[in-house]
Design a protein around this ligand. Sequence first.
Ligand SMILES: *[C@@H]1O[C@H](CO)[C@@H](O)[C@H](O)[C@H]1NC(C)=O
Ligand SMILES: *[C@@H]1O[C@H](CO)[C@@H](O)[C@H](O)[C@H]1NC(C)=O
Length: 240
Amino acid sequence: MSFTRWEVFCVLSVLALTMPFSAGVTNLRDVSAINNLYITLGAPSLSKWLAFGGDPCGENWQGVVCDSSNITEIRIPGMKVGGGLSDTLADFSSIQVMDFSSNHISGTIPQALPSSIRNLSLSGNRFTGNIPFTLSFLSDLSELLLGNNILSGEIPDYFQQLSKLTKLDLSSNILTGHLPSSMGDLASLKILHLQDNKLTGTLEVIEDLFLTDLNVENNLFSGPLTMRQICLHYSMKYKS
Ligand SMILES: *[C@@H]1O[C@H](CO)[C@@H](O)[C@H](O)[C@H]1NC(C)=O
Ligand SMILES: *[C@@H]1O[C@H](CO)[C@@H](O)[C@H](O)[C@H]1NC(C)=O
């Protein structure tokens, strides 16, 4: 037997309305945001999580870290979570870390994302569609991990504002097209994983970045690699 999201939503709403309500320490905007997240993820079995109300910071919800009344981290890697994500993800007031890696989450990556986010990992899921260009507004982003999904289309040319980004992993998707020129603006970038895609063109745009770890294997890149890229590539490959 399987349920649609609306059926799950309905049952959970009825349950929630029949339970006693009490005010907690968590700010209500974050409570509502995590309630919505729980619903879009299809009500996964995560300890303490609810579709309505509750007190994530006061009750130690599984994978949730708070700074007094604000949710600052949600880490639920490898919890067999399915469902999808929606634009209500942007409703978190001050979240910095979202680690949803190694689950079965599908659908597209929402356009609306929380502007306070620093580390976002959606690796190892079933996300489809394009990389949203709205990522370009997340100017505090330090780590963006989208590897091992089914993302397609071109990498958007909107990296100008991501001056704090140190780690970018887009590996093992089906991305096409050239590397966008704004990738050359990623001044803090150290780790870049693009392997196992269908990217074309040259690596010229990332030539002047001070990367410590680059992997571009299994793409359709053409043109000569510079000496530095070759060194990086091989130091990477033979590093154990
Ligand atoms: C909680 O978040 C609000 C809104 O972003 C912010 O004004 C407040 O300073 C935060 N409180 C803490 C303790 O971080
Ligand atoms: C966020 O990502 C950066 C860059 O990879 C890393 O140094 C930092 O430890 C991460 N922070 C958290 C809280 O996971």
